[in-house]
Design a protein around this ligand. Structure first.
Ligand code: EPZ
Length: 416
């Protein structure tokens, strides 16, 4: 199992390029199931989760061509509307094939994604919405079986804001008979990027980015070419790494427009941030000021940036209160940060972080994708060596992590 060895205590300085967004690419790859014509995506990040999704689509009969960041999918030969457990268990986003398969093939057999480290993460809203659109759905032997000759448009209301739930139902609505309205829809930028891609494929969608999305079903969709938006969470992660190390970095290929609340918080922490059309520059102060955060659906503070902010608060002046309202168990990075010398007390979904003078390197273990990012940030800020174990979690969501960190002046290397 790979580990990341970090020589901490050095300010990050330099420039790095942000990759395409994992959480925009994953639903878009499944959108290709909705048409028999080829769909091409550019700026696709080279990540393990993307590889997993492409293997899942290929075993369904989709032709997959990939040259670096360009992927072309041809689902004209789609003949196996099945997502098997052994593939789904490694990536819960596989549930995103459910809506497109029912809409295009009239049936689907998709393994229920197991829970994961950060929470149970059920898919009841995905199932409730498709049932309301006329699908006969049963859950047997750990699989969701869905059947429907043609879905019918419906007025849907999700009990909570769900990103992939909104995406699944929006994709299903594209080929349904009639109009579908999704109320309480997720407003994340990745939902908007998916809607833009679907519209380029001939879908009729309005309201993406608001909490009411309207889809008028059409007979079929056609091929298109779409560029994946920049990864706002990768962007925020590197900004936090520079903030925690007193650094001065410039990130290109990205945009500040989806990170307002994160950038505001970094400025409250004492960072100077300059934004350009497709770049962001951050100059950190010698010592950060603690900033409290409360995660919530977009446009509020993103839960995927919570671990990174726990790390920067560990070395800031003052006390920060961190409230996690999306997932029930997303503080596992706290105990690992405490091994590095952080002063953190957890009380339910609230963490109280008391900044310390410095962290000291230690061996720590990654538990989930964003927790691992938090540990890397803390390791970069700590004095001495930190060894982060199980960094396959990082490889799921951060393309070329060592390469980019080294470009920013970090002393890191991957060890077996
Ligand atoms: C997406 O997960 C992201 N993944 C997650 O990013 C992100 O943390 C999450 O949205 C929240 O922003 C992708 O886009 C591939 P949800 P998703 O459905 O869609 C509950 C990362 O690090 N819920 O918005 O699975 C659920 O348990 C990953 O890149 C139900 O109860 O999250 C959670 O508490 C981690 N029933 C809350 O809603 C449902 O049917 C929000 O979940 C659906 C969700």
């Amino acid at each position: 199992m790979d580990k990341l060895l970090i020589e901490g205590g050095l300010p990050l300085r330099g420039e790095a390029t942000v990759s395409g967004a994992k959480n925009a690419a994953l639903p878009m790859l499944t959108a290709a199931l909705l048409t028999a014509e080829p769909v091409t995506f550019t700026n696709v990040p080279e990540l393990n989760d993307i590889g997993t999704m492409l293997r899942l689509l290929a075993q369904m009969g989709v032709k997959v061509e990939r040259q670096g960041g360009t992927v072309t999918l041809d689902a004209s030969g789609l003949d196996q509307p099945v997502a098997p457990y052994e593939m789904v268990k490694t990536m819960r986003a596989s549930i995103l094939v459910l809506g497109p398969l029912v809409a295009r093939m009239g049936e689907a057999r998709v393994s229920l994604p197991g829970g994961c480290a950060i929470g149970a993460r059920p898919v009841d809203q995905h199932i409730k919405g498709l049932s309301a659109m006329g699908a006969q759905i049963s859950v047997e032997q750990g699989y969701v079986h869905a059947k429907c000759s043609r879905l019918s448009g419906a007025r849907l209301f999700t009990d909570m804001v769900t990103v992939t739930g909104t995406e699944n139902l929006m994709m299903a609505g594209c080929l349904a008979a009639g109009d579908t309205v999704i109320e309480n829809a997720a407003r994340e930028p990745e939902v908007v990027d998916l809607a833009n891609c679907l519209v380029a494929m001939g879908a009729q969608i309005s309201g993406a980015g608001t909490d009411v999305i309207r889809i008028r079903g059409v007979e079929r969709l056609h091929g298109a070419t779409h560029r994946i938006m920049p990864d706002r969470i990768e962007t925020g992660t590197y900004l936090c790494a520079a903030a925690a190390t007193g650094g001065d970095i410039r990130l290109t290929g990205t945009s500040a427009s989806y990170l307002d609340v994160v950038i505001d918080k970094l400025m409250d922490a004492g960072c100077d941030i300059a934004t350009e059309r497709d770049a962001i520059r951050l100059k950190a102060p010698g010592r950060l000021t603690a900033v409290s955060i409360r995660t919530a659906p977009y446009p509020a503070f993103p839960t995927d940036m919570q671990a990174q902010f726990m790390a920067i608060n560990a070395v800031a002046d003052g006390t920060a209160i961190i409230r996690e309202t999306i997932f029930e168990n997303r503080f596992m990075h706290a105990v690992e940060l405490i091994r590095l010398g952080a002063d953190i007390r957890i009380d339910g979904n609230t963490a109280v972080v008391q900044g310390v003078a410095k962290l000291d390197g230690a061996t720590v273990m990654a538990t989930d994708l964003r927790a691992s990012a938090g540990l890397v940030i803390a390791g970069l800020a700590a004095q001495g060596q930190t060894l982060v174990d199980r960094i396959y979690h990082l490889d799921r969501g951060y393309e070329g992590l060592e390469r980019k960190l080294i470009a920013l002046g970090a002393r890191v290397r991957r060890v077996k």
